[in-house]
Design a protein around this ligand. Structure first.
Ligand code: FAD
Ligand code: FES
Length: 263
């Protein structure tokens, strides 16, 4: 990955060829697109919006973190969970087809601490993969929780990108155990922080685990989005510092500063 200038670049629309669309589990898809300009520009933590249809239905694009970039080949990859109509439609795109992509948007990830722990549930790790790969000296530990049986291929794909990832499975069928909460540090050091992304129940469990140190816990939040460039207020998080838009103001949110967010 090239040195990231981490400046907010101008968002553009592209038509990109689908190179790979591969199921990593029944409900997780790895999608690689040819888009040299985006591959050159995107910084760790930034996102793209994919438009599931050519026409007006559905009208809005769906936001996804750019999980992997290969600037030399001009490729970007996202890793998404099938949730509803938009992602179901995206999953029908096979190699050789084209998709409308908007990006890059979102605030690049940066750490002010010496060390960062990462804890993710499911596809929540996608938002952190590029940061982990481009800042190895900053990473204390990476924890990933997944359901278990049926997710072996997904676990292998993530382990290839993040070789030190520590995997935990709900059913205990593989990985280090049935819950990362038995292994996560009890206390985060002064010069460290912990970043987290995942389903609402997972974020709540993180909040409970670090109840005494919420100022060390940061969330990447998957609010719904509409425009992606700051105009619609659709992605707003209510914080103790006012309303913040995920697409232009802030990428991760301190747990003790979040008052409410749509999820
Ligand atoms: C900045 C950002 C980055 C994201 N990165 C990823 C990623 O890397 N991989 C990934 O799998 N997903 C990611 N998401 C979530 C992804 O955008 C949604 O899952 C997707 O838009 C759902 O579209 P759909 O049409 O399939 O679902 P819909 O038919 O629109 O909704 C289906 C169900 O999912 C719920 N839902 C829809 N969107 C969201 C959302 N954003 N957050 C929580 N619940 C939602 C709806 O309330 C509904 O219950 C990200 C979201 C944001 C805002
Ligand atoms: S999606 Fe429109 S302001 Fe963020």
């Amino acid at each position: 990955m090239p040195e990231c200038s981490c400046s907010l670049s101008k968002i553009k629309d592209f038509r990109s060829a689908v190179l790979v669309s591969e199921r990593l589990s029944e409900r997780i898809v790895w999608l690689t697109l040819k888009c040299p300009e985006l591959a050159e520009e995107v910084c760790p933590g930034q996102c793209v919006m994919l438009f599931p249809a050519e026409g007006m239905d559905p009208l809005l694009g769906r936001p996804f973190a750019v999980a992997y970039t290969d600037a030399e080949k001009g490729e970007i990859s996202i890793c998404y969970m099938l949730l509803g109509r938009g992602t179901e439609m995206l999953s029908t795109l096979s190699a050789g087809r084209e998709v409308r992509v908007r990006g890059p948007f979102g605030v690049p990830l940066k750490s002010i601490s010496d060390k960062v722990y990462i804890a993710a549930g499911g596809v929540g790790i996608a938002t952190f993969i590029s940061f982990i790969r481009s800042n190895p000296e900053k990473i204390a530990d990476v924890f990933l929780g997944i359901p278990g049986k049926g997710y072996e291929k997904y676990a292998a794909a993530i382990s290839e990108l993040v070789p030190d990832v520590r995997i935990f499975t709900d059913d205990g069928s593989f990985g280090e155990g049935d819950s990362m909460f038995k292994t996560l540090p009890e206390k985060i050091d002064e010069n460290a922080e912990i970043w987290s992304c995942g389903p609402p129940g997972f974020l709540k469990a993180m909040e409970d685990h670090f109840a005494e140190q919420k100022e060390k816990l940061y969330f990447s939040l998957d609010n719904r989005m509409a425009c992606g460039y700051g105009g619609c207020m659709g992605c707003v998080v209510e914080t103790t510092n006012g309303l913040k838009r995920i697409c232009v103001d802030q990428s991760i949110f301190r747990a003790d500063e979040v008052i409410s967010h749509e999820n």
